[in-house]
Each structure stands twice: as structure tokens, then as C-alpha cells.
Design a protein. Sequence first.
Length: 350
Amino acid sequence: MPILMSSIKQLWEATLDTYFNTLCISDVFRYVGQHLIVGCEDGSVRIFTLPTQQNKMSLKLKTSLHSKGGPVQRVAAHNITRFSSNDVMAADSHGTLTIFCNEQILHRLSLSDYSIDCLQVNNDVSGRVEVVMSDARGCVISTHLHKELWRIRLSDISVEKNSTPPVVTELLPVQITAPCGRQVNYIFASDDRCQIHVVQQGQIVMSIPTPGRVTAMCCGWFKSNDFENQNTASANSSVNSRQQVALATESGAVYIMEEFQISESEFCNVGLRITNLSKLSRREVGQSDLLLAAGHFNSLMVYHDGKLQLNHPTSDWICSLTTADIDGDGLIEVVVGCLDKTIRAFKIVV
């Protein structure tokens, strides 16, 4: 089913007074509504009130939290303390995870001597929450509040014992429904040795060779034919057992993984290094998801079914990308942060 793409509309733009590496959008603390959370080079986490439809002038700083650590590399928001509102987690270049609860530092965990470059929150069907991170020396670490749950060193399983340790390039929590109907949670950890390690409860259950070094991953349903077949199957079954994972490699080629199998052919190819992938769901209108790609190029690229639909120019490389309904209209918007300290929000009009 072809998609009719008309345009991309910019909702607002802001320029911060400091450089930043990462951003996300979430309800947080006891604030009303969603807020923009930005992890900055000066070690602070800044939280902004989002512009409204009535006031699109600029972001308004709500609070600035100081992690007392190095440059913040990743941020996430999740109700990890179960105190009724989302907490903020910040991972920095000094190997420290800082957890903020209601604007105060609740815990500071020194987990590594190296920079924490990946951060994900894994919430399984049993309600168990873990914060999963990886550092610059190939160590994958899971914690819950002040307690470390498990730790995997990729160098311990590497067959190249005399080489430099493998480096984790990306982490992704994946939930797969088994044929029996039971949901199973995994962590996908890609490395610079062209492998994806499938981790379950602190154990590597399999390692999958990849066509290149994976630099970004996201879950969704990206192939139109497979999506239509899945809809037909789901109509006859109460179990939706399949999910696809988009894998971007450093060459700019994107491949699709399904049921632990990576397609031999490219889904699309940007031609430049991709550092951020995200989906934009179109399932409510019976179509497969859009794939958003950003990286070492001055634009946001939007693909549908492997075909480029939009190539929207930006003022600099995009360093962080997230999606959320930021204006309350029921549609998901795209927010990007660029290396030149600018943040922009877009609505993709279909």
C-alpha cells in the first residue's frame, strides 16, 4: 500500500545557551504535562516546559539539575522509584549514573571508569524494571536504584583475546511474543565486531553476525507486505508474535531483523553514517511504520517501505532524536537536537 507524503511542518525552534548530547520527552516529577529533558555538556540536566499551541515563542526553562559529574551522554525518564511520578536518569562520561527524584539526587552510582554511552530502561511484563547501560570498554551493566543486578564484559567472550576490547555501539530492549503467547524480554547489544548479542537476565543467549557495524537500532513494523500479512494473520489469532528491528550500519545501509534473522538485502541506504533511528507509527491508518534516520549529515530522512519520502534539511548534524505527542492532538511529533545547540519540533503531514 503506497503512502502519500505531503510535507513536514516545523512547529517551533529554540537555541540553548549550552551544548548538549541527548534529549527525551516525558512526564516527569510532579510537573503537569510532558516536558523536554536535555543532557548537557556542562554536566547538568535541564528540563523545559514545551511550547503550547497558544504560545509557540520558545522553550521555557523549568529547572536545571546538576549531576555533579561529567558531560551527560544519555538521559531517560521512568518511574523507577515507584513514587507515583517519573524519575530522571542521567549517565555521564565519568561512568556515573545519577538518579533524580522530585528534583533531588536520590542516588549516584559509579559504575565504570569509562564513559557510559548507551542507556535504556527495560520494563518486562512481570513489572521488573532495570536500567541497562554500556560503557566505552564494552561492558554492559544492569542496575535497579542503588543495586547492580548483573554485568557482562564482551572482552570475556571475545575470541580475539589479544586485540582491543569490543565496544558496545547500541542497546535496545526488545519484547517478543513467543508462539505459546508468553512475552519474552531481551536486550540487544550491538558491538564494533559486527555482532548483536541477545541478552536475557544477564546472560548472552545468542550472538548474531551483522552485515556491518551496527550504529543504531529501533523496533517497529517497516515492510508493507509483511505488515499486511501480519494484519491478516492477527485477524485470525489473538497472539501477535512478530516484531521487526531496523539495524543501521556505519556505511548508511539499513537492514531489517525479524525473529532473529537479518534480511540479506538492504531495506534502504542513506550513504552516510547513521547515529539515530526511530519509528513513526502509521498503524492506525493501516500502514507500516515510517523510519526516521539521522546522523553524520545535515538532514532528517524519512523512509517508508524502504523508499525515501522526505529529506528535510537541518542546520547541523542531529545528535539526538525523539518522538512524542507534544501538542496534545493525538498525533506523534518529532523533536530533534542538533550539534549547533538548536532544538526543533516537526509534524510530518501525511
